[in-house]
Design a protein around this ligand. Structure first.
Ligand SMILES: Nc1ncnc2c1ncn2[C@@H]1O[C@H](COP(=O)(O)OP(=O)(O)O)[C@@H](O)[C@H]1O
Ligand SMILES: [Mg+2]
Length: 252
């Protein structure tokens, strides 16, 4: 298998109010994998992502990104390797034009304006919104905002793309466009969601989080087809694997 890109061991995190949100979690993600992290509301998915990004710091355990241990002094290197698309694009877009938002990261790395321009153009093309480059982000639709937020991460050319609930609040067409886009990326991807049909289409491996612990970790079909396991973890079979309510037949 390809090289490990994220290695998490014995990760434990307690919020200041005493709530233990992540309890001794360990897993390894290899380069090029697409991993869906699923679980009921409050299971600990977003907390885990914030630990992976170094936004929260664990009480115990370690995270390695490649050979580099996640620690404050290594944040600049780590942030170049991992890019996170937040659940709400309004948390990611804050400039007066889409161009400036997508250029923000590369400019921070003091790249020449010519290289910044090249990266922005490429990122906007990848997500299919080159025509929106001069628009104000607050004037975009939900799907367009999501695309702009993804472009603002891609312009940093990260190795790993992390997304928290990427299809939340998208209409069906925007959701479909996003799925096609995600499937076209060669990046290592880590996606949290309770849109299990999306995860089924975009991920090859699933980690289920239940009350801050890993309840299952394995290939997507085995896990998303296991009704009992999903039910035990507060989830349901993806629609596409359920029996048709009209004719009673299984879709797959
Ligand atoms: N700032 C916080 N302080 C205390 N508890 C929190 C905080 N943020 C989240 N939690 C709790 O931690 C648990 C995990 O939350 P979260 O990671 O957001 O879950 P998920 O993303 O799976 O819905 C939940 O029980 C939630 O209420
Ligand atoms: Mg969440």
């Amino acid at each position: 298998m390809s090289r490990p890109i994220i290695d998490v061991s014995g990760l434990h995190f307690t919020y200041p109010d005493g709530h233990q949100a992540i309890k001794k979690i360990s897993f390894t993600i290899h380069q090029g994998e697409s991993v869906g992290i699923i679980g009921a509301n409050g299971a600990g998915k977003s907390t885990l992502l914030m630990l992976l990004m170094g936004v929260l710091l664990p009480d115990e355990g370690q995270i390695f990104v490649g050979d580099v241990q996640l620690a404050k002094k290594n944040f600049p290197i780590i942030r170049q390797q991992i890019g996170m698309v937040f659940q709400d694009p309004d948390d990611q877009l804050f400039m007066t034009s889409v161009y400036d938002d997508v250029a923000f990261g590369p400019r921070n790395y003091r790249l020449s304006e010519a290289e910044v321009e090249q990266r922005v153009t490429r990122a906007l093309e990848l997500v299919g919104i080159p025509h929106l480059r001069d628009k104000a982000p607050f004037k975009l639709s939900g799907g367009e905002k999501k695309a702009a937020a993804i472009a603002s991460v891609l312009s940093m050319q990260p190795e790993v793309l992390i997304m928290d609930e990427p299809t939340a609040a998208l209409d069906p067409q925007a959701r479909r466009r996003l799925l096609t886009l995600l499937n076209s990326f060669q990046h290592t991807k880590i996606i949290t969601s309770h849109d299990l049909d999306m995860v089924l289409e975009t991920c090859s491996r699933i980690i289920i989080i239940k009350e801050g612990q890993i309840a299952a970790d394995g290939p997507v079909k085995g896990i998303l087809g296991n009704e009992q396991l999903l039910e035990d973890c507060g989830l349901e079979l993806p629609f596409s694997l359920q029996t048709c309510p009209i004719c009673g037949s299984k879709k797959r």
